[in-house]
Ligand binder design. Structure first.
Ligand code: MG
Ligand code: MG
Length: 259
């Protein structure tokens, strides 16, 4: 077997070959299928552990492996983060209620490559403010993706994501950012959701990035709960989280985790 060394830039960014991106498409499809299954199932009255079980069954049923289970000791297959929880919530006995917003973050490995995607869902009758927060998170994600083109710089992506959230009166989290993705769940480079246009890493074809804005109703500051995982807003305001795994191709961005 011929072993092809990954091309690693001086920045530590691993540029993927077309063959590697094709495998990542398969990982992205499993993640998208799992998110669809969760969106179809999630309702008030169920526990976050039930969602985790659905996700794990879907991922393993597709012949893939959950990215998060056991990652640095994380005990579940997905992250479920409700209301003031920003990211990394651990599924468990908590019952989802009408009016909650729930972030569902899913990762899967196919043939050694990861896919990673998150959505935030409104459960039943949420407040108009909560709905606006969820929509701003999705708008921030999409604004960032639109700038993920060869020849642009990371700051163009970051700035677009930031503007989409802040223009709606919300803030973007600073302490957690998106990331390169491939054989590792988290690779170089960092993909911040705040920054200055025209600055930072030059984007090139073959880069695969997980962009994941976390948008808060209050200030951007966060803290970690005593479980060592769950990130919450410092001020208790609610937060929405959206993510896609995106390949930068000559033709533009391709969302590998598109539903
Ligand atoms: Mg994720
Ligand atoms: Mg991620």
């Amino acid at each position: 077997m011929r072993v092809i060394q990954p091309r690693i830039q001086s920045t530590g960014v691993i540029v993927k070959s077309p063959g590697e991106i094709e495998v990542m498409r398969q990982a992205g499809k499993v993640v998208a299928q799992t998110v669809r299954a969760l969106l179809a199932a999630v309702r008030s009255g169920m526990t976050t552990a039930e969602l985790d079980a659905i996700a794990e069954a879907t991922i393993r049923g597709a012949g893939a492996t959950p990215s998060f289970k056991g990652y640095r000791g994380f005990p579940a297959s997905i992250c479920t983060s409700l209301n003031e929880q920003v990211v990394h919530g651990i599924p468990g006995r908590r019952v989802i209620k009408d009016g909650d917003i729930v972030s569902l973050d899913v990762g899967a490995i196919v043939d050694g490559f990861h896919g990673d995607s998150a959505v935030t869902v409104c459960i039943g009758h949420v407040t108009p403010q909560a709905k606006a927060l969820v929509d701003a998170g999705e708008a921030s994600l999409n604004a960032g993706i639109r700038m993920m083109r060869a020849g642009n710089r990371m700051g163009d992506v970051s700035w677009a994501a930031q503007q989409a959230a802040e223009s709606q009166g919300f803030s973007v989290v600073r302490e957690y950012v998106g990331h390169g993705i491939g054989r590792q769940l988290h690779e170089e480079p960092a993909v911040p959701n705040f920054g200055a246009p025209g600055r930072g890493l030059l984007l090139q074809p073959g880069m695969v990035l997980a962009i994941e804005p976390m948008v808060n109703a209050g200030t951007w500051a966060t803290k970690v709960l005593d479980d060592g995982w769950t990130v919450v807003t410092q001020d208790g305001s609610w937060s929405s989280h959206w993510e896609h795994t995106v390949a930068i191709l000559e033709s533009g961005p391709e969302i590998l985790t598109a539903r």
